[in-house]
Design a protein around this ligand. Sequence first.
Ligand code: GLA
Length: 409
Amino acid sequence: MHRTDHRHDVGGDGDAPGDADRAGLVADSFRRLFGGDPDGVWAAPGRVNLIGEHTDYNDGFALPIALPQSTLLAARGRTDGLLRLHSAQGDGRITDLAVSGLAPGAVAGWAAYPAGVVWALAEAGHPVGGADLHFDSTVPTGAGLSSSAALECAVAVAYDELYGLELSGPELARIAQRAENGFAGVPCGIMDQMASVCCTAEAALHLDARTPEHHQQVPFDLRGQGLRLLVIDTGVSHDLGDGAYAALRAGCERAAALLGLPALRDLRTEELPGAVRALPAELVPLVRHVVTENARVAEAVSRLREGNAAALGPILDEGHASLRDDYRVSCPETDLAAAAAQGAGALGARMTGGGFGGSVIALVRAGTESAVGGAVTAAFEAAGYRAPRILSVTPAAGARRLVPSAATP
Ligand code: GLA
């Protein structure tokens, strides 16, 4: 039958089991796997970035929110130096590692992220030992939604309590970033980990990557302003380890060095024309993106502080154009998703995260989710692409302990 109506069911977080139910299930699985109760259950979310892409490793600014999708971790400390890892999304096996034997390159696959956090804590001189860890995550993997940061940050917050470290949120985020850079071999900045640890519900995190300690919560009351935020997972898997991300980062660092600056964050908008004249042609678009993107973050924060979230729309559109034309990290699928959403009445849309696939965000008026989602799905169908997965999300809380809850005596 010919389908003319492209209205579309947009998934939300409404039907998903609540944190308490999920925590109970994860604790039950822990008991079956390891025997006995976990010491606690922690959660760490994935993220989407509203604006401020490829700015963090330039010491610049970003504005992420935490997603309702999160990694849950049931954990119990061990005294014998063993680290035992299991994931509900894994192959069913428990990975056994000795904390004293952890070294970069020694652990492959998903286990490198949690093991890397334990390695990074030990390397930083913190007195940590082993643990039994069971993970269960609702953060889609390979979708540019920071499933790896969620894994890392769940371990960071759990270890902080299991071993009485009392580290601050930004300190835990740095440990998680160190795990990813030094152990898993991905040269990422600090945005994803800061978002996963430090975001709060109903707010976006205004991150200054040079001084993560000075981050601020900016109220982002989507629902109160009659808005919705769609996350469109294109299904094109992104991989930051493939060298393209590292090459972009190196290009930015080279440009900063040629300009005699500590980082591109230190280049002011009015200095851009001079920099364009001074730099080799291939570095110019990178520099232009970073400078204009930092300005877009400042603009977005101002609009949110005025209580005008709808005004983010054009800023998102400009951000996408800059990533597509100057930074060149979009791909046909993310370009099509953004364009189809914009064409169907979204206030604004852009790719989010590192790029080369992954997800697009679209800011829409409440009630238009199905129409916008349907238009994107139809455009993908017409182009012969796999159907995208579309979620409506709200800004959620950062990493935290769920069990025992604060209310437990
Ligand atoms: C990835 C990295 C982040 C950041 C973004 C791009 O998500 O992990 O550190 O650089 O790409 O903004």
